[in-house]
Ligand binder design. Structure first.
Ligand code: COA
Length: 571
């Protein structure tokens, strides 16, 4: 029996694919299993192909995996999209007879027809419950715990009415009963149970960013809704008010960042969440925040671009924008989360850096990570370091932009005696008075950049995996790190000599760590989900390291197998 089980559910947006996957994921987590999910859905509210993949295992899983063991097809389109992945040993559970397609026989592929449409539409007279019929069948086939699924149905549909809950439980039971009476199980897949642990929480990437903001002390969040970032606001709007915080939906992204800057100027830790198109709009104010030295955090949940692009798909193509976007010379920090844990801890770190250096910090996530749910160890809040901005003590003459050795000068809070100053986008003197002389522009530009002179030493060193030396060294960022981790473990099993570097600080580029790493390997590969090789370009420009670029730009994350094949090709 396989240690981990990957189930993929495919159907039409609006058929409840996502709800079905979420319930299986939660039932697995409650059964003590490690869970990692991956979903991709259309930009339309109804119609188009929606997919949910669930990987469960008694042991920690690193990525969504290469492919699935079981595919549950709600309709013919989903079947067509996945037909090529149905290889000997896999299982197809499909809507039939009575569905909109009939699969062809495939050698070695076990097929279980479940009349999902027929049961829901004709027997239960409730077509919307088709997904719960499928859920009941899957539960029975692969031994998911029924009681917890019933509870989850109750929790999910309670707000739609008791009759909706009852109808869905009936559908769940009908699906399970159909399997018991009509299907002879011939595959080898079961969910195994493990000892449930108390010290874990199950969250999505976006929820983890919200949680990190709350823990870091964020008390003001403003955004304009945009897929795939909106869930950060949804989560914070439920939880920030409990900590006396405020969540605002602004009229657009420019207004939202303006409000965030205003709130931070007034002394509150403040943040916005957006995606590429929104970050485009924010650029002028990004420069303003850096010029006026106001700490802000922007979570940029990347999606496929350019323009409106692929709203619900993944890409790592906002890096140039985050690191280089904007007019004039100004410092900013760019971090990138690779895991759900990163989404939490790096959000805290983003606030710490913004407060310490009084600059904008952009945290990059992406669509796949934003919607991924995973079990993570419950953060120990007592061990989390929180940094607050250096404040004017109230003694002596206040010079907001005093030139100091570190470039950091204390801030005042509006209304503070002796702390008056004007924060504007104009170049200024130490006292914040407008000043355009060559000497002052030179002095102040250097002051602003000096703050980051030692950022690489002050930020935790990037993790390095593998031996002292290797034939191949992979440098990856963001979600791609998950596929790389799994790939290089598989490579170690194959006896290949591969190392990996996992930077979380992307800009300023951690030049010393990258050069050190590159000196221990014969060739460097940089895999990225973008066409231009954006990090590879920054690494070449800043660290002088040329790499072999491996770029995908189809809107889907790397799989471990794609990385492993590239390593073998290069070797
Ligand atoms: N009984 C009753 N209601 C059910 C049900 C059942 N058995 N199964 C699902 N539903 C409801 C869900 O509760 C949900 O309703 P809600 O919106 O009130 O919560 C709805 O049906 C959709 O089901 P869900 O499982 O959440 O999604 P899906 O798999 O059908 O896919 C989406 C639909 C989520 C992909 C699609 O609606 C969507 O939101 N697309 C993205 C839009 C977007 O972001 N575009 C980008 C714009 S820039």
């Amino acid at each position: 029996m396989a240690k981990d089980l990957v189930i993929r559910i495919g159907g039409e947006g609006g058929e409840g694919v996502i709800s079905t996957g979420d319930m299986l994921a939660q039932a697995s987590a409650r059964a003590g299993l490690e869970v990692l999910t991956f979903r991709t859905f259309p930009a339309e509210i109804k119609g188009g192909y929606a997919m949910y993949q669930l990987r469960v295992s008694p042991e920690k899983v690193l990525s969504q995996g290469d492919t699935f063991h079981v595919f549950v097809a709600f309709n013919g389109e989903a079947y067509e999209m996945n037909r090529g992945l149905l290889i000997p040993g896999t299982v197809l559970v499909y809507d039939g007879p009575g569905g909109d397609f009939e699969p062809e026989p495939m050698e070695g592929v076990i097929q279980y027809p479940i009349p999902m449409t027929k049961i829901s539409k004709i027997e239960l007279v409730n077509p919307i419950s088709k997904n719960m019929v499928a859920l009941g069948a899957v539960m029975q086939l692969f031994s998911f715990p029924i009681d917890s699924l019933k509870e989850l149905i109750g929790a999910k549909f309670k707000k739609k009415g008791e009759n909706v809950v009852e109808m869905n439980i009936k559908a769940l039971e009908a699906g399970a009963a159909y399997v018991r009476s009509n299907i002879k199980k011939t595959d080898r897949f079961y969910v195994q149970t493990a000892q449930p642990r108390e010290d874990v929480i199950m969250v999505s990437g976006n929820e983890a960013v919200g949680l990190g903001a709350l823990v870091a002390g964020c008390r003001f969040f403003s955004c304009y809704p945009i897929t795939p970032a909106t869930d950060i606001a949804n989560w914070l709007s439920r939880h920030l008010p409990k900590a006396n915080g405020v969540v605002v939906q602004a009229e657009d992204e420019i207004a939202s960042l303006g409000q965030v800057i205003g709130a931070s100027f007034a002394g509150a830790k403040a943040m916005t969440g957006t995606s590429g198109p929104g970050l485009d709009l924010m650029l002028e104010l990004l420069g303003f925040a850096s010029m006026a030295e106001i700490p802000i955090v922007i979570a940029d949940v990347q999606r496929g671009g350019p323009s409106t692009g692929l709203p619900t798909k993944s890409e790592q193509s906002d890096l140039f924008l985050a690191a280089r976007g904007g007019h004039g010379d100004f410092p900013r920090i760019v971090l990138a989360a690779a895991t759900i844990e990163d989404c939490f801890y790096l959000t805290v770190e983003a606030f710490n850096l913004a407060e310490r250096y009084q600059i904008p910090v952009i945290l990059l996530s992406d669509g796949a990570l934003a919607f991924r749910t995973e079990k993570i160890k419950r953060p120990d809040l007592s061990k989390i370091r929180i940094i607050n901005r250096e404040l004017y003590s109230g003694n002596g003459e206040f010079q907001r932009y005093a030139v100091t050795e570190t470039g950091i000068s204390p801030m005042s809070i509006p209304g503070q005696a002796g702390g008056r100053y004007i924060a504007s986008g104009l170049e200024h003197s130490e006292t914040a008075a407008p000043k355009y002389s060559p000497d002052y522009h030179t002095l102040m530009t250097e002051k602003r950049f000096k703050k980051l002179a030692n950022i690489e030493e002050e930020f935790p060193e990037p993790e390095c995996e593998g031996g002292r030396e290797g034939d191949i060294g992979i440098i990856s960022w963001g979600l791609t790190q998950c596929a790389v981790r799994e790939a290089i473990r598989n490579c170690a099993d194959d006896g290949l000599s591969v190392k990996a570097l996992y930077p979380k600080l992307l800009f300023p580029v951690p030049v010393k760590a990258i050069r050190r790493f590159a000196s221990t390997v014969k060739k460097v590969i940089i895999p990225e989900l973008n066409y231009q090789g954006q990090f590879a370009e920054l690494v070449a420009a800043h660290a002088g390291i040329d790499s072999i670029r491996f770029n995908l730009y189809g809107g889907l994350p790397f799989t471990p197998d794609q990385i492993r094949k590239k390593i073998k090709e290069v070797l």
